[in-house]
Design a protein around this ligand. Structure first.
Ligand code: ZN
Ligand code: MN
Length: 469
């Protein structure tokens, strides 16, 4: 890696945590409410008010820490980060800053089917600022509903080597956050915001870095990182230096624009928050969080592909939400053909509107009938689709429509004999060498069985009977 040439990217992500109340007061955590209704003296920064730490936000931090293979720090503190801005009524933000609840750790994810690991520097708990809304006639309106909403700030090491990888990392992180149920991580709604740090390495020599602030879609992260890496590369090629600074992404021009030279930590005059005691987390707290941790996407991907024999494509589809992964697992639990269960869920269930309305236990029994040879796979599909339409258990439909019957060899023989008897001319032509007519006979038999017979068995039986067996 020492002679690497290319982009070097690190990310800083702010994730809004969906606790019921805010981080330091009991206001509802509801940034979308009627402006300035979810506020109180604490989150409006009135003098003399005191913050009280929300335990649920701490639990979210521990949960995400464990999910990202971090060490959980048992004693951390909060700082005041001082700066003057209209969206910050107190004149400072309360943040764990370098005293992060978790870290170091790593997130393993897949990019272009290759496993990649990005190290996590730390995860800090901090509060949101108010939201500034700029009106068309030149006013700036402040909405303090967002002030004091809990954030988890996730900082990565500069381990990312391409804009596409940055995007894949963020998608993987959002999926983890969704599995944990601590945020929807919807970037369009500002529930996840990203600062992208970009530098460019030429033959192992790294450039200064540039920070692109508050990029708010996956696509923009990818585009901004690509634009910036190329811009720096060209500067380096011309032998032009630059100082570390902050830029913004202008999605209309597709360019980054210089904002300011980077504030240093000194500018914020960080000092320990005197109104909060150190945050102490016990071994029991960590153990409890560990118990509550769901199996994570990457872990499930491994199990599905390596133990269940699912294809990478199917596995990827099934882990795309925790609900879906759990649905599949409930279906596959007692089946021996988990590959069939997997593709049935990935294709039929997802491909059908309200497909998930069929109880996984019912679907499991339905596919169990296929395994036992009592119904055909196409009959199972038919029962499933009708079940979704009518809101009746697929097993009832198997019963009502007698879907099990057509597989009885006895009946199949009778149907085939009847079809052959009804088409003497075709039979003659077939025997005279027009073997392509086999397809016609198969079609007739399938029609008579209403698709309930196994096409392979039908073909075999027909072949024998047509040849006068
Ligand atoms: Zn409040
Ligand atoms: Mn922050």
């Amino acid at each position: 890696m020492s002679d690497y040439t290319g982009p070097v990217i690190g990310l800083e992500i702010h994730i809004q945590v969906n606790t019921r109340t805010k981080l330091f007061c009991s206001c509802p955590n509801d940034p979308g409410a009627e402006p300035n209704t979810a506020t109180c003296p604490v989150c409006l920064g009135h003098p003399g008010t005191l913050p009280v730490l929300n335990q649920k936000a701490v639990e979210a931090g521990i949960g995400l820490g464990l999910a990202l293979n971090c060490e959980i720090r048992k004693r951390t503190i909060f700082y005041r980060k001082n700066y003057f801005y209209p969206d910050l009524a107190k004149g400072y933000q309360i943040t764990q800053h370098i005293s992060s609840i978790a870290g170091p750790g790593e997130l393993r994810f897949r990019h272009r089917d290759r496993l990649k690991s990005v190290r996590i520097t730390g995860i800090a708990i901090e509060e949101e600022a108010a939201k500034t809304v700029y009106t068309e006639d030149g006013f700036a309106l402040l909405d303090f509903n967002r002030a004091g909403v809990p954030l988890l700030e996730v900082v990565t090491e500069p381990d990312i080597r391409s804009p596409g990888e940055a995007r894949a990392f963020l998608e993987a992180l959002r999926l983890v956050v969704r599995y944990l149920g601590i945020s929807q991580g919807d970037m369009e709604k500002g529930q996840m915001r990203v600062d992208v740090n970009v530098s460019y390495m030429l033959n192992g020599q790294n450039s200064q870095r540039v920070e692109i602030k508050n990029v708010n879609t996956f696509k923009a992260v990818e585009q901004a990182a690509a634009y910036e890496a190329e811009r720096i590369r060209q500067l380096l090629e011309k032998g032009e230096g630059f100082v570390r600074h902050t830029r913004t992404w202008d999605e209309y021009t597709g360019q980054t624009v210089e904002m300011r030279t980077k504030d240093t930590a000194q500018d914020y005059r960080f000092f320990p928050e005197p109104d909060l005691r150190p945050l102490v987390v016990s071994e029991g707290d960590i153990e409890r969080a560990r118990q509550n941790l769901p199996a994570l996407p990457e872990q499930r991907y491994e199990t599905y592909t390596k133990e269940h024999g699912l294809s990478p494509e199917t596995a990827k589809t099934l882990i795309s939400s925790r609900e879906l992964a759990e649905y599949y697992e409930a279906v596959a639990k007692n089946l021996s053909d988990r590959k069939r269960a997997g593709s049935f869920v990935a294709v039929e269930v997802i491909g059908t509107k309200n497909g998930l309305s069929v109880q996984p236990e019912d679907l499991a029994r339905l596919l169990g009938l296929v395994e036992e040879g009592k119904i055909t796979f196409s009959a199972a599909k038919e029962a499933f689709h009708q079940s979704v339409e009518e809101g009746v258990s697929p097993l009832k439909i198997v019963e009502q429509k007698g879907l099990t019957k057509a597989t009885s060899q006895q009946e199949l023989h009778e149907i085939i004999d009847r079809v052959i008897a009804q088409h003497p001319q075709e039979l003659e032509r077939y025997r005279a060498g027009k073997t392509g007519l086999l397809g016609f006979f198969i079609g007739q038999v399938m029609k008579s069985t209403e698709g309930r017979a196994d096409p392979k068995t039908v073909k075999e039986l027909l072949n024998r009977k047509l040849q006068g067996d």
